[in-house]
Ligand binder design. Structure first.
Ligand code: NCD
Length: 322
């Protein structure tokens, strides 16, 4: 667990995150603290917010496309009074193009910034480069591996919408093999009590074996459902995902997923209190006519990402002398 102790001037005894590269870098207590902080920050005045990261510089390096993650991180830094510097499309526009390793990038960018937010196309590259980083690193999506800050905002959304995370029935649909948001969400749900997970997926896009075994060992209750409508009927939370076409070896793998698209006629199957989440971007797996239903929570979820990322940055960088 990546935790640094507080020096004089900080709140004594308060835990504080440092690197957030995997969901293993936080535990339930941290998730609860961040959710409470996110809730507090959404009501704080713009002026007070601006003092929290005054003088901080956060680098944002995106080697893969992003809209929400990059912009919500940058908005979070800006609202907290810090500044961002960055490379969008870093695979093309940075020295990666010349063959520079991510480790060298961390060493150098760590001299310019107080923290690095990074998205990378290789699953293990961020973790591999991490030991040489002089500053905290936040994983904003690593290949088909993890996306831990998305899991934080997903769980925050579940708590905001349904008042709890414990004891819920969560149905996860789509690309469970390459979907990094799914991997991080399931690992994070395993920190909670009594969560029952139902998985709906095309035969070739199930969870990676290693992850399945790891989750089983945590005691998380997981089962597969092949009857899509039955899965919808029994869920408190429906977590729909996009087929990661850019990572598929065989595009035919995607075709089977069309049976799992959420259409307006499925709304009648959902429980009245159920909520539909999606990390976005959506392609065709949720019909736009579903958006106006109160149970469609995915745009609120994207908004929650701003507050959760503010909470995370404040946790890592707030109250530090600069
Ligand atoms: C996801 C991602 O990049 O993994 N998007 C996001 O960060 N909200 C999901 C996806 O691309 O399908």
């Amino acid at each position: 667990m990546a935790v640094v102790s507080m020096s004089a001037g900080g709140q004594a005894g308060r835990r504080r995150l440092y690197h957030v590269v995997s969901t293993l870098d936080f535990g339930r207590e941290d998730v609860e603290r961040l959710m409470d902080k996110a809730e507090q920050l959404r009501t704080e005045s713009r002026e007070r917010l601006r003092r929290r990261l005054e003088g901080a510089v956060v680098a944002s390096l995106f080697y893969e496309p992003s809209t929400r993650t990059r912009l919500s991180f940058e908005a979070a830094v800006t609202r907290l009074g810090g500044r961002t510097l960055g490379a969008e499309n870093a695979r093309e526009n940075s020295s990666a193009k010349k063959g520079e390793s991510l480790a060298d990038v961390f060493r150098v960018v760590g001299c310019y910034a107080d923290a690095i937010v990074v998205r990378h196309h290789e699953t293990d590259e961020i973790a591999r480069a991490l030991p040489v980083s002089p500053v905290p690193v936040i994983n904003a999506g690593a290949g088909s591996g993890e996306h831990p800050t998305q899991a934080l905002l997903d769980v925050y959304t579940i708590r905001r919408e349904l008042g709890q995370v414990d004891d819920l029935s969560v149905c996860v649909i789509g690309d469970l093999k390459y979907g990094r948001t799914v991997h991080s969400l399931l690992r994070t749900l395993a920190y909670f009590r009594g969560v029952r997970v139902t998985l709906v997926y095309p035969q070739s896009l199930g969870l990676p074996d290693g992850l399945r075994a790891e989750l089983a060992a945590t005691g998380l209750i997981i089962r597969r459902e092949t009857d899509f409508r039955q899965a919808l009927r029994s869920a408190d939370v429906i977590y729909q995902t996009r087929i990661q076409r850019e990572r598929l070896l065989d595009p035919a793998e995607a075709r089977e997923a069309e049976a799992f698209h959420i259409l307006p006629e499925h709304l009648a199957d959902l429980q009245p209190h159920a909520r539909i989440l999606h990390p976005l971007p959506r392609v065709s797996e949720i019909h736009p006519a579903v958006d106006d239903d109160e149970r469609a929570a995915y745009f609120r979820q994207a908004e929650n990402g701003l507050y959760m990322r503010m909470a995370l940055l404040d946790d890592i960088l707030g109250g530090v002398e600069r």
